[in-house]
Write a protein that binds this ligand. Structure first.
Ligand code: AMP
Length: 589
């Protein structure tokens, strides 16, 4: 099939806003193609040459495309750039100048769909020395032999923006019309949702028919579209919606991760990780790979969870922003792995060995998840509570907030609580308070220990161990590790200021679970502000008072810049006051 035929259809599609018309135009186009061509056309219609989860780039910048248009037309570069600035669409620029130039000349050889695919594939494979020259030459050749309309879509394909307004669902509609019939529309959509590969769906429909498509199974390496949740703002309403009984899970604030495991694959290919947007996260979190392989009991499978930043020493969850500092890193990954450690908290299993799990109700999937996962240092299971009691669910919500989670994710236990890939429904309902309690007041805490600094802080301390005062027991109880809010001058002052208090071992009045690198007798008081107060197993402030085995801790503590040298250590904020701040905070939520 000629590329010209495809772009003529695109032109028509671009000029309509009706989804039905688009569907019919696409159906016309699809029915004239061979199965190989169809696969390519379907991908091209989405502005790609492969499924969304495959990271394939042509590696050409806008400037390079303009240059190729220049090579093909010899229209002044300044003029091309001006046109691009005006339209913001390289496709429009290509079409306009080729139109002007080619009125008098004959088009050279025609471009076929398969010829275009081969050329683009070649382009994407080239990298390294000489590749830019190769790309420029190939692009110039392509634009040279393209008609104005072909050039328009060629440029748009190269930048991945088709601008014809066709949604994936419309492509599925058109495929249904041509190959499956309306009664099979759901089967077509399901196949897409469990493979995220519209080209594969088209290929199977074309080569084997709709019955073969129905046999398509969840496969390692093919990410499923994520199941989504509805939201409600009242736990009573949620309980009612769920039929009076439900599973409540902590809602972790991190990065959703679908992990594909194949222990039999060659080294380096045993784990694949996908984001909710199907981005390949595998190279970004290499330190999790062996923990996952160790935790998972079967030979292969697909599990889903949230990748959350944690403080390794305290086990506390850190805010989502921390993980974003690791995203997309190509350089300095080793440093980032150490600086921003993460944990994978699992909440679902979609394939376990050869058992496809998605059509089983949630309780069965959870049971299988608990069977197949042996939690370890970096892999855990989501905290869950199954209840029909609204008050119990409400206190579980408070606990979730106190542990640094966003709220709860409620999951139906009903027979129809299957994993609905790519669908939002009342099977999952999220419950989060948008309002996050904040510490309005500052607290004054005592420096009782310090941790060695690294890198820029090699000459000073990396973080200080801070404590509140417990007058009843005459004890200093740790509340947080403080590393932010210090400017360079503070940092260089610290060793000198703390020198008078330095001692070989922990002061006997200091209660600490953490092992600091340096210990101080309680003396220096600093003013601190934090985001909120939460339970923490790593700190001793009011330990066991509110929760067995946990103390209170300040999340994201920051030095305000005020050294409270007007205060002695016994004038510092007391542990009892920290309890009061914590309680006031809960009332606000
Ligand atoms: P939202 O991003 O607010 O729409 O909430 C949905 C997201 O919550 C999911 O995509 C997951 O990334 C995340 N999440 C966190 N904890 C859970 C959990 N226990 N079960 C399901 N999703 C969760």
């Amino acid at each position: 099939m000629l590329f010209e035929e495809v772009v003529r259809a695109y032109e028509k599609i671009e000029s309509t806003a009706s989804r039905l018309e688009m569907r019919d135009m696409l159906a016309d186009l699809f029915s004239g193609a061979s199965c190989d061509e169809l696969k390519t056309i379907v991908y091209l219609t989405t502005g790609r040459l492969c499924p969304e989860f495959v990271d394939m780039e042509f590696g050409v910048a806008d400037k390079q495309i303009l240059k190729a248009i220049y090579e093909a037309t010899r229209v002044d570069m300044g003029h091309l750039e001006a046109l691009y600035r005006k339209t913001g669409d390289l496709g429009a620029v290509a079409a306009m100048v080729l139109m002007e130039k080619k009125q008098s000349s004959l088009f050279t050889e025609s471009l076929t769909v398969e010829g275009l695919r081969a050329a683009l594939e070649e382009l994407s494979k080239k990298s390294g020395k000489g590749s830019q020259q190769y790309k420029s030459r190939t692009l110039a050749g392509l634009f040279h032999s393209a008609s104005p309309v072909e050039a328009k879509y060629l440029a748009r394909i190269l930048v991945g923006k088709m601008r014809i307004g066709v949604a994936v669902m419309t492509i599925l509609d058109a495929l249904t019309v041509v190959f499956a019939g309306d009664e099979n529309r759901q089967a077509v959509e399901r196949a897409y949702n469990i493979t995220s590969d519209i080209g594969l769906v088209a290929e199977i429909l074309c080569t084997k028919g709709v019955e073969a498509l129905k046999d398509l199974r969840v496969q390692v390496g093919h990410p499923l579209k994520a199941m989504l949740a509805e939201r409600l703002g009242d736990i009573g309403d949620i309980m009612q919606k769920m039929g009076g009984r439900a599973a409540f899970e902590y809602k972790y604030d991190g990065l959703r991760m679908q992990v594909h495991i194949d222990k039999g694959a060659p080294e380096g290919g045993k784990i694949k990780m996908f984001s909710r947007q199907l981005e390949d996260l595998t190279p970004q979190f290499p330190e999790l790979h062996h923990w996952i392989l160790n935790a998972f009991e079967e030979e292969k499978g697909i599990i889903e969870g949230e990748c959350v930043p944690v403080d390794i020493t305290t086990g506390e969850f850190l805010p989502f922003q921390v993980i974003s500092r690791r995203r997309g890193r190509k350089y300095g990954l080793d440093g980032a792995i150490e600086e921003f450690p993460v944990k994978l908290v699992l909440f679902d299993v979609l394939l376990s060995g050869d058992k496809e799990m998605i059509d089983l109700p949630f309780p069965e999937r959870r049971k299988e998840l608990e069977r197949v996962i042996g939690p370890n240092e970096r892999v855990d299971l989501s905290t869950i509570l199954i209840t029909d009691n609204t008050d119990e669910a409400q206190s579980f919500f408070m606990e979730a907030l106190a542990s640094g989670c966003e709220g709860l994710m409620t999951k139906s236990l009903a027979d129809d609580s299957v994993y609905r890939a790519g669908n939002r429904g009342w099977i999952w309902i999220k419950y989060k308070k948008e309002y996050r309690s904040e510490m309005v007041d500052t607290v004054d805490l005592v420096v009782v220990g310090a941790f060695a600094g690294k890198g820029r802080r090699a000459d000073t301390y990396g973080a200080l161990l801070m404590a509140s005062y417990n007058p009843e027991e005459n004890r200093y109880e740790t509340v947080c590790k403080l590393g932010s809010g210090f400017d360079d001058s503070h940092l260089s002052l610290l060793p000198e200021m703390l020198k008078p208090y330095l001692q070989k071992a922990k002061d006997r009045r200091v209660e600490s679970i953490m092992e600091a690198d340096y210990w101080f007798s309680p003396g220096l008081v600093l003013e601190i502000i934090g985001a909120e107060i939460t339970h923490s197993p790593a700190h001793t402030c009011a330990r066991d008072v509110l929760k067995e085995g946990a103390g209170l801790s300040i999340r994201f503590p920051r030095f305000t810049g005020r050294f409270r040298d007007d205060k002695g250590p016994e004038d510092a904020t007391t542990s009892q006051e920290i309890v009061q701040i914590y309680r006031a905070q809960l009332k606000k939520t």
